[in-house]
Design a protein around this ligand. Sequence first.
Ligand SMILES: [Ca+2]
Ligand SMILES: [Ca+2]
Length: 336
Amino acid sequence: MPRGRGRRRRATKVEAEGEIPPSAPRSSRCRGGRRGQLPEDVRRAKEKIEEEPGVAAVEYDHAREASYTPADPGFPEQWGLKKTGFRSAWDAARGEGVRIAVVDSGVAAGHPDLAGKVVAQRDFVNGDGTADDDFGHGTHVAGIAAARTGNGTGVAGGCPGCELLVAKTMQGRIGYDSDVAQGIIWAADNGADVINLSLTGPAPSGVLERAVDYAWDKGSVVVAAAGNSGDGTVQYPGAYSNVIAVAAVDRSENRASFSTMGGWVDVAAPGVGVLSTLPGGYGYMNGTSMATPHVAALAGLLAEEGLSNQQIKHRIVSNTADLGPPAETPSSAPAA
Ligand SMILES: [Ca+2]
Ligand SMILES: [Ca+2]
């Protein structure tokens, strides 16, 4: 992830550039250091340059750190965005025009922190064009990924500029593979750069895998939850090859006790005590379902930079901080 690129003080550079020809621009720059700590030679160099003919003014090129702090009152509580470096990433990209599909229980599209974000929706459960959220799960996921940010209301979204495609494929907590697969295909056909699948189950499904492959072939980054089984049960669609599978960690970067684990899991993201939008307000939720849209948001930021889905997956998986050795699958898994 891009980090704040605070330049280090370079006094020697000032000296090398000390000879400025008379045709120099009116304002020349001189790289300075941190406040109150300018070494004597740097100040002398500045004075020397100022005396050169043709130089109107010389200013120190101060190093500044990434400083975008969104004006959302809930942001201080959004530890996940801070822990994973989104503030620095936003200095490089905001995901403008990028589309994240939330294939879930629907989204409260009229929520003040999501209003205007939903550019297309489809309800595959009830067979209509309004993907309302009667459960809250999809609205929470959508806010983590792309809540309206910097609007003085509620929370910030990981991908502030991202638009939302909403496919309702769950009624309450349950969604069937046939509906989920249709939602994935619909999302890909509607130009989804990223598809968020905060849903899991232990049974493999050819229908689901083919839908994922279809979306991947169309260029979508597919991100799915690793599951909340707390053990090593392989979960789908997360375990399919064209998916980034996301486990959950807590504030201390320890695996969340509920998070599924295993070699097929690609990354972990914040999934405990996550604040986001809910129908009618805001609230905290736990789950790999909440970790997944953190990664979807990051994929959205990277998509703005024009990377392919393969490049984005590689970038995310290879640039993740290593939090320790792979989790061992317990020899006696807890009863589900
Ligand atoms: Ca509906
Ligand atoms: Ca907001």
